[in-house]
Ligand binder design. Structure first.
Ligand SMILES: Nc1nc2c(ncn2[C@@H]2O[C@H](COP(=O)(O)OP(=O)(O)OP(=O)(O)O)[C@@H](O)[C@H]2O)c(=O)[nH]1
Ligand SMILES: [Mg+2]
Length: 459
């Protein structure tokens, strides 16, 4: 495809050692000719492909900067078209000045993700790979980086292709039967093709199930620190992040806002939220905090329910426990804090909580152990189960796979019930279309806009 020529700053705005202005499109070299004098004295068209060239950027022959220019011609580039990258000195003013010179010479400013979008439209990468580039940029830990790199390399794309191939074999058989009834190829579907569908069903199921792990690896675990006032929630947040981040006092109702911090446990991000102690209060501001705490509780993947070891359970503890019982109890770890004082607490009224950890946020006793136990409780199985397997991390992929699964189940049902083969045509097409949605063989402008709006301008 031929598009107009676009440009953008591809490095973060601000002071830095270097800045990069990228140009992509048919006219990229022609533009370079107007603004760059190579030290080698060569004509722009004679610069070798995939070379880096030292020289000067000028604006009407007034020298602006000493630069290195990468020249990438042809279709085997990131965007699938000519790309020029001007590596200039960093700094807000200079990089913008060079961008301005490029724009002045008849180039359009790129939209968010437009270089990558062109890579996709020009067939250099599929949609999964385009999405993987943003995941790489956003990756927060080694594990999520590895997942994103694997997707960029094409692991998931290859898996989708192989599943598609299995379905296409079935589709081909059905087409022959329906188009040439006189050939006498008879129902039912041969067992090897039924097996194809069973394999697809199993593999799609595995991919769908991997999403929960993928999400945890990519985005981390939303962890709410919940409890009545003064049990030590903020002290526990501070102990976990090893910083005096949240205000701690002996006055119940100290924390009113929501405080978010992140720690890593064996490479997985725990997104900790310290909340206001939940109680009935007439204090207007504290009440807002309590409402927020309850909202956070609802969205959390993991709840640390804090109680005070030195007191018997009070109504406020039991009320929070009862609200956890409704849906979150399996995601709750009970934390018995203040074990440095005395333990008079009894747990018989809160016995549905499966895991208890004893700590002191004051002396740090049990804090390291708590991290390990959190890992074992919620992370270990989810992460280790899918080690070295293909994992999906993107809700878009999951929802398409869910639809493929419905179509495959319908197909297997039709076969099982011995219904006529022409009933299968719609589900076969659906299954193939939904797989095509994932890789982007089937896509719409709206979908692409939606995906690429999350990119930065220079990518
Ligand atoms: N002895 C002892 N005191 C603690 C411990 N953890 C917290 N405290 C004390 O308990 C009091 C309340 O601690 P916070 O961390 O502010 O409690 P909170 O649950 O965040 O309280 P609110 O924000 O009011 O809901 C402070 O005086 C802390 O020093 C602990 O493990 N042992
Ligand atoms: Mg607090």
């Amino acid at each position: 495809m031929i598009f107009d020529t676009i440009t953008a700053i591809s490095t973060p705005v601000g002071d830095g050692g270097i800045g990069i202005v990228r140009i992509s499109g048919e006219d990229a070299l022609h533009i370079l000719e107007k603004i760059f004098i190579p030290k080698s004295g060569k004509k722009i068209n004679d610069l070798s492909n995939f070379s880096i060239n030292y020289g000067h950027i000028h604006d009407n022959f007034s020298i602006i900067d000493e630069v290195l220019v990468s020249v990438m011609k042809g279709h085997k580039t990131y965007s699938g078209e000519n790309i020029i990258e001007i590596n200039c000195h960093g700094g807000y003013f200079l990089v913008n000045r060079i961008l301005e010179i490029v724009l002045k010479n008849g180039v359009r400013l790129a939209e968010k993700g437009e270089f990558t979008r062109r890579g996709f439209l020009n067939g250099r990468i599929d949609l999964i790979q385009a999405e993987a580039t943003i995941d790489i940029i956003n990756s927060k830990n080694d594990k999520s980086n590895v997942l994103a790199i694997n997707q960029l390399r094409g692991d998931l794309s290859d898996k989708i292709k192989s599943l598609k191939k299995l379905i296409l074999d079935v589709a081909a058989h059905i087409n022959v039967v329906l188009d040439y009834p006189e050939e006498g190829i008879d129902d039912p579907i041969p067992s090897n093709l039924v097996e194809n569908l069973e394999i697809v069903k199993k593999e799609i199921g595995d991919l769908i199930n991997s999403y929960e792990s993928g999400k945890i690896i990519k985005d981390g675990i939303k962890t709410a620190i919940i409890g009545k006032p003064n049990v030590g929630k903020s002290s526990i947040l501070n102990a976990l992040i090893k910083e005096e981040r949240a205000i701690v006092t002996n006055i119940p109702g100290t924390t009113r806002d929501v405080i978010e911090e992140s720690i890593k446990i064996k490479g997985i991000n725990l997104l900790l939220t310290d909340t206001a102690g939940i109680r009935n209060t007439n204090d207007f501001i504290e009440n807002i905090g309590v409402t927020k705490a309850k909202e956070i509780l609802k969205k959390a993947d993991l709840i640390l329910f804090i109680i005070d070891s030195s007191k018997e359970l009070e109504n406020e503890d039991i009320e929070i426990y009862n609200s956890l019982l409704e849906e979150k109890i399996d995601k709750t770890i009970g934390i018995i804090n203040k074990i440095d004082i005395k333990k008079i607490l009894h747990l018989d009224k809160v016995d549905k909580i499966k895991k208890w950890i004893e700590i002191s946020a004051l002396t740090n006793e049990g804090i390291n152990k708590m991290e390990n136990e959190i890992y074992d409780f919620i992370i270990k199985e989810k992460v280790e189960k899918y080690q070295n397997k293909i994992i999906i991390t993107n809700i878009r992929h999951k929802s398409s796979l869910d639809k493929v699964m419905v179509a495959i189940n319908n197909l297997l049902n039709i076969i099982r019930e011995g219904f006529p083969m022409d009933l299968m045509a719609i589900d076969i097409r659906d299954a193939l279309d939904y797989l095509g949605e994932i890789t982007g063989e089937i896509s719409s402008e709206d979908l692409l806009d939606h995906i690429f709006k999350n990119f930065c301008v220079g990518k």
